[in-house]
Design a protein around this ligand. Structure first.
Ligand SMILES: C[S@@+](CC[C@H](N)C(=O)[O-])C[C@H]1O[C@@H](n2cnc3c(N)ncnc32)[C@H](O)[C@@H]1O
Length: 312
């Protein structure tokens, strides 16, 4: 299924969404994404009509403001992007740095869309003061305005009128969900620098996260967590403890961008953990999805269309 994706974001689960969705119930009242990023799983669930209500949250305020504009004001944000994109032709590098400086000063989410489209590999980077400091991609000018417009309208037509958007710490979200909800969590990986990951706006503490999951188990909440990953044989995160009684599904995701940069052949394997109630409901057992198998499953699925007409 071709899913709209206006926001370039390293770590987006767009490519794995089809496989992840197979482990969510067929229909449910509401999807909650406490670490939504680009909301790839909400977009995929909306395209499959799995639910009609979404709570999309991420601590990155500019990102959530941008998503809100995309969903609720698609024409305005598409027009703004087109205008900004067309301004870059005299000196696109200088133009990028001006927009970046302007964004860091004002936090204007509309500028963020352009920066994400134009920066190296859509990979956000923040310095220790929380300022966006990624460089422009010198070989590309960023998504063409017509393609961007199509993707923006696609997301809007899937989520308009169905989504609540917030920018809170994930723990506040988990306190306010109920047992009908299905929760998909994709927290930042721990990486090499403790609880802070320069790839994202903030990080999380492993112990606090495990405690939060334990609490969800006690409340019988249905949840899935994309947590650790390994490249080749190297696990680059601490795994979630067995005491949580989660079912582990592993998804071969292809070559990691890190491996590509280092010209190595290592393959990234992403882990998806299912809570006890969710695993029981979808009758899941521990499984390793080979990459080609995941691809074949995607090909077997019916082709979806998300509409490119101007939303009301
Ligand atoms: C791996 S990304 C999520 C990617 C997402 N699944 C997608 O498809 O785009 C992790 C996200 O967690 C957010 N985040 C980091 N710390 C957080 C916190 N304490 N509470 C909520 N969100 C947080 C980051 O801003 C980042 O967007």
């Amino acid at each position: 299924m071709k899913l709209p994706h206006p926001i370039q974001y390293q770590g987006s689960k767009r490519v794995l969404a089809s496989t992840i969705l197979r482990y969510l119930p067929h229909k449910f009242p509401r999807l909650v994404e406490p670490f939504a990023g680009t909301a790839a799983i909400s977009i995929a669930c909306a395209a499959r009509n799995k639910t009609n209500a979404y709570w999309i949250n991420d601590l990155n305020k500019s990102l959530m403001e941008l998503l809100e504009l995309i969903i609720n004001h698609p024409v305005e944000i598409a027009d703004f992007y087109e205008k900004l994109w067309n301004q870059q032709h005299n000196n696109s590098i200088e133009h990028y740095y001006q927009i970046r400086e302007n964004f860091n000063r004002t936090g204007d989410a509309r500028l963020f869309l352009y920066l994400l489209a134009r920066c190296v590999k859509g990979s956000v980077r923040y310095n220790t003061e929380g300022l966006f400091n990624q460089s422009p991609d010198k070989r590309r000018l960023g998504t063409q305005p017509s393609t961007m417009r199509e993707n923006i309208y696609g997301v809007s037509s899937l989520l308009k009128g169905k989504a609540i958007i917030s920018s809170l710490d994930y723990k506040a979200i988990l306190l306010n969900i109920n047992e009908d909800d299905v929760v998909y969590m994709d927290p930042p990986y721990q990486g090499v620098c403790g609880d802070r990951d320069s790839r994202y706006f903030s990080g999380i503490q492993y112990d606090e996260f495990v405690t939060a999951l334990k609490e969800l188990n006690t409340r019988h909440i249905r949840y899935a967590v994309s947590y650790d990953g390994r490249t080749g044989n190297k696990t680059f995160d601490t795994r979630l403890p067995e005491s949580l009684s989660l079912t582990l599904i592993e998804l071969e995701a292809g070559r990691s961008s890190q491996a590509t940069l280092l010209r190595r052949d290592a393959v990234t394997v992403e882990s998806l953990y299912l809570s006890p109630r969710l695993a029981q409901e979808v009758a899941a057992f521990p499984y390793f999805h080979k990459k080609n198998e995941a691809k074949q499953l995607v090909l077997m699925e019916e082709k979806g269309s998300y509409g490119t007409k101007i939303p009301k």
